[in-house]
Write a protein that binds this ligand. Structure first.
Ligand code: ZN
Length: 237
């Protein structure tokens, strides 16, 4: 439903709840649940009284996405926790994607690239950059873990790909998979994910041995885990 006279769209549900409840999801959508008997006028009046709050929350969520919802000139993307604005440049030999000031330059074919073209260019940049950045960082963390733990548990292989539901995984054989989307996060949070997977080389489950290992590598692991949770809510993939 559209709140009359505004730009606020919301999903309206009636259920057995006793009070009116409103949630803003991390994708910026608004969900309102109302008791069966409450009139529509009362629901609207409630939403009008919260209009500024709804708009500011919604704008916050849409401007902090890890990946833009629309791939247009000037949309923000995050790299190592900092925002950069998408900027299309002509696809000419020798011009590569990369940062220029506060912008992420993306070579695109055609004069006025559409959203799909920008998205393809962005994904190519992210895949290549993530493989490079995460590969180097994991190798460094792997050496550090072996030095601190006094063993030689080695990563067998690393694959970096687009993952929507998890940040990483580690198989019994030591094959680690990391999400490309990780490069949007601040480095201390990326390090948490890398150390988490490196600890799985020594303990497959999340038991006491795993946590002892993680505490040795990152004494503030619990705090970083909480920050990743908040980061994920504020920057949907
Ligand atoms: Zn785990």
């Amino acid at each position: 439903m559209l709140l009359p006279g505004t730009d606020v769209l919301f999903l309206f549900q009636r259920d057995g709840c006793r009070t009116l409840r409103m949630t803003i999801r991390s994708d910026g959508s608004v969900v309102v649940r109302a008791p069966a008997g409450l009139s529509e006028e009362k629901v609207f009046a409630f939403l009008f009284s919260r209009l500024d709050w709804i708009r500011s929350k919604r704008d916050f969520f849409t401007s902090h996405r890890g990946t833009p919802s629309v791939f247009k000139e000037g949309e923000p993307v995050f790299f190592l926790g900092r925002p950069f604005l998408l900027h299309a440049v002509p696809l000419i030999r020798g011009v590569r994607a990369g940062f220029e000031g506060h912008r992420l330059k993306l070579p695109c074919p055609g004069r006025d690239p559409d959203e799909n073209t920008m998205e393809r260019s962005f994904r190519r940049w992210r895949r290549e950059t993530a493989a490079l950045v995460l590969g180097r960082r994991l190798a460094r963390m792997e050496r550090r873990a072996c030095a601190l733990l006094g063993d030689d548990a080695a990563v067998r292989s690393l694959a970096v790909r687009s993952l929507r539901r998890r940040w990483g995984s580690c198989s019994v054989r030591g094959n680690i998979i990391l999400a490309e989307q990780l490069i949007a996060m601040p480095l201390p949070l990326i390090d948490y994910v890398l150390c988490h997977e490196l600890c799985h080389l020594r303990a497959m489950n999340h038991g006491p041995a795993f946590h002892a290992c993680l505490r040795l590598l990152l004494p503030d692991a619990v705090d970083r885990e909480r920050r990743i949770y908040i980061w994920s809510l504020e920057h949907p993939r």
